[in-house]
Design a protein around this ligand. Structure first.
Ligand code: FES
Length: 117
């Protein structure tokens, strides 16, 4: 079974109960300024990394609308937290999965400010 990818806000759909029970929810911005970078390239990489680390049942990946950080696109937010990562690259996606999602350690040097609260 693959990690479920749901374009919740794009489809005007809330996360399902199953997705809200997972340990982490990753909201990848699919807005107009992030989309050229994040969808599909970073989105697919994020899924592959989650699979490689065996986290498909613990992490829900959702693609949403603009997160109001267009100047630092592409962006994602991880809950619980929240923790915002900006200016994503393939290398930062790999680190976020390996350190934040797999080990539970947010990467302070990659976070925007003190998080996305
Ligand atoms: S489009 Fe992603 S923050 Fe605005």
């Amino acid at each position: 079974m693959s990690a479920r990818i749901i374009a919740c806000k794009l489809l005007r759909k809330k996360p399902s109960v199953d997705e809200t029970k997972r340990a982490y929810r990753v909201y990848l911005c699919g807005g107009a300024n992030c989309r050229p970078h994040s969808v599909p390239t970073l989105h697919h990489l994020l899924e592959r990394c989650i699979w490689r680390h065996g986290l498909a049942q613990q992490v829900a990946v959702l693609v949403g609308t603009c997160q109001n950080r267009c100047g630092s696109a592409p962006n994602l937010v991880i809950f619980p937290g929240s923790y915002r990562y900006c200016m994503l690259t393939p290398a930062t996606i790999e680190r976020i999965v390996a350190e934040h999602l797999a080990q539970g350690t947010p990467i302070a040097t990659l976070l925007e400010g003190q998080g996305a609260r």
